[in-house]
Design a protein. Structure first.
Length: 305
């Protein structure tokens, strides 16, 4: 039998002198120094090696030049479906983004009330000409009589004329039938008189939208059709051109009839808004056309505009 290594003997005597708490570490160190192989690492129930410290995962040392181990593949994550592209056109107006729903060729109409008016009517006509858009101009009789040259320019540009009463009396419905007849009839006479000879005037628009049976009877007496609206930005109140644009865009729909004003006061905000709107609706795929002719029954006339 071989004699023990002196160093191992000394190690054994030293271990007997150590406290019990330090014995394990020292013993392992000693076994390694004496060439004794430590017991195998405990295995997990699956057979894979487990760490002595459960909180610390065991990591196998990698040999030089070995490729790093690939991470364990987990369950495949579902691929998110792409969000649908919003069906809108986005433009910029005075530094603000304006979102316009796409029209896909649907028609809509522009109409202008309370003219003709020096300055603003010609500005509106110029903008419409730039975009090859035709509109309906709803003329107040006394304004048409005062500015016949502007009426001629509207007709020459291919726009349609509409009787908007004699003097824009929004309270005419509270008065008798004869008064209403005069408001409608005299307004029509003034518009026809200011327009080029033979110009048809087939529309009537009631000031304030206060339609009632007296108004319908007066229209029928002159073979006039009603021109109502469905998109009113209230530009007459001068809320600012940005507000006008946003209100028109918010109410766009196929067949929309937009109510704007070229007369009745300072219409610089309306002109500014129109400059953007004409670009926007065309770019978004809407087709501006002349407003369609419709029949308004007495029952429909009794409903608010």
């Amino acid at each position: 039998m071989r004699s023990k290594d002196p160093a191992c003997a000394r190690s054994s005597r030293w271990k007997r002198a150590l406290p019990a708490g330090a014995l394990l570490g020292a013993g392992l160190l000693g076994l390694g120094a004496c060439g004794t192989v430590p017991p195998a690492t405990p295995t997990s129930p699956t057979g894979a090696p487990s760490s002595l410290n459960p909180a610390t995962p065991s990591v196998a040392p990698s040999s030089p030049g070995a490729a790093p181990a690939s991470p364990t593949a987990g369950p495949a994550s579902p691929t998110p479906s792409p969000s649908p592209t919003p069906d809108v056109w986005v433009g910029s107006f005075h530094g603000h983004s304006i979102t316009v729903p796409r029209g896909h060729g649907a028609t809509m109409s522009f109409t202008f009330d309370d003219g003709p008016w020096p300055g603003s009517t010609r500005q509106v006509l110029a903008l419409l000409a730039q975009h090859h858009v035709h509109a309906v101009f709803c003329l107040i009789g006394q304004q048409a009589r005062a500015y016949p040259t502007l009426v001629h320019e509207e007709v020459a540009a291919g726009h349609e004329l509409c009787d908007h009463s004699r003097d824009h009396d929004v309270l005419m419905g509270r008065k008798g039938q004869a008064y209403v007849d005069a408001e409608v009839g005299d307004g029509l006479r003034d518009v026809v008189g200011a327009a080029p000879k033979g110009t048809p005037v087939t529309f009537y628009r009631q000031p304030g939208g206060t339609w009632d049976t007296k108004v319908v009877r007066a229209m029928d007496a002159h073979s006039l059709g009603p021109l109502r609206w469905s998109d009113d930005p209230k530009d007459w109140s001068r809320p600012g051109s940005l507000a006008i644009v946003r209100r028109v865009v918010a109410n766009l729909h196929p067949g929309a009839v937009v109510l704007m004003h070229d007369g009745g006061g300072d219409r610089s905000q309306s002109v500014d808004a129109l400059r953007f709107l004409l670009d926007a609706v065309v770019a978004a795929g809407w087709k501006p056309v002349l407003a369609p002719h419709v029949h308004l029954s007495p029952k429909a006339a009794a409903k608010p505009q």
